[in-house]
Write a protein that binds this ligand. Structure first.
Ligand SMILES: Nc1ncnc2c1ncn2[C@@H]1O[C@H](COP(=O)(O)OP(=O)(O)OP(=O)(O)O)[C@@H](O)[C@H]1O
Ligand SMILES: [Mg+2]
Length: 158
């Protein structure tokens, strides 16, 4: 487990950007946390680390948005609109999860049952207006390797 405390959008995006520079095809990054916790903000930083220059916005109404201009494709999904029954929908998400890019999923907890087992879980929590606690958890060897690398690139103060 890896825990960061950030005090600004820039600090959150710095960590996300570092992760974006290391992710590999087939990686899955699951973002959870309250409305406004910073899931989309984090995704913007990750996109920056991939080399995506197009502005990244929340795909709430389209569910999924693909960005192809970076080192590998970014599949940005936002499950919020589907709500708690998201896992029951036929979304064809496996094409993305097992595709050539990295999948980043906001509100991933609602897809729990249909997600590949090995993923980086990112929990964002509000500490104050600009303070955030970001907890990274790995659930398998692939995600474990990514967090080890992230820890080396962005050491936490604790
Ligand atoms: N340290 C911080 N890290 C991330 N965001 C921050 C931070 N401090 C303030 N913010 C602000 O918090 C908000 C986060 O919004 P964002 O859209 O990223 O949240 P979200 O988790 O994607 O919300 P939603 O559930 O609606 O999709 C932004 O307005 C951002 O400027
Ligand atoms: Mg969002």
């Amino acid at each position: 487990m890896l825990i960061y405390q950030t005090e600004s959008v820039e600090q959150t995006q710095r960590v996300a950007k570092a992760l974006g520079s290391m992710v590999q095809p087939g990686d899955l990054i699951c973002l959870s946390g309250d409305l406004g916790a910073g899931k989309t903000t984090f995704t913007q930083g990750l996109a920056c680390g991939l080399g995506v220059e197009e502005p990244v916005s929340s795909p709430t109404f389209t569910i999924i948005k693909e960005y192809d201009e970076g080192r590998i494709p970014l599949y940005h999904m936002d499950i919020y609109r589907l709500g708690e029954r998201a896992a029951e929908e036929e979304l064809g998400l496996d094409d993305y999860f097992f595709g050539a890019g990295v999948s980043v999923v906001e509100w991933a907890e609602w897809l729990e049952e249909v997600l590949p087992a090995d993923r980086v879980q990112v929990m964002l929590q509000n500490l104050s207006a600009e303070g955030r606690k970001i907890t990274f958890t790995a659930t398998g060897p692939r995600s474990e390797a990514r967090l080890k690398e992230l820890n080396e690139a962005c050491p936490t103060s604790r």
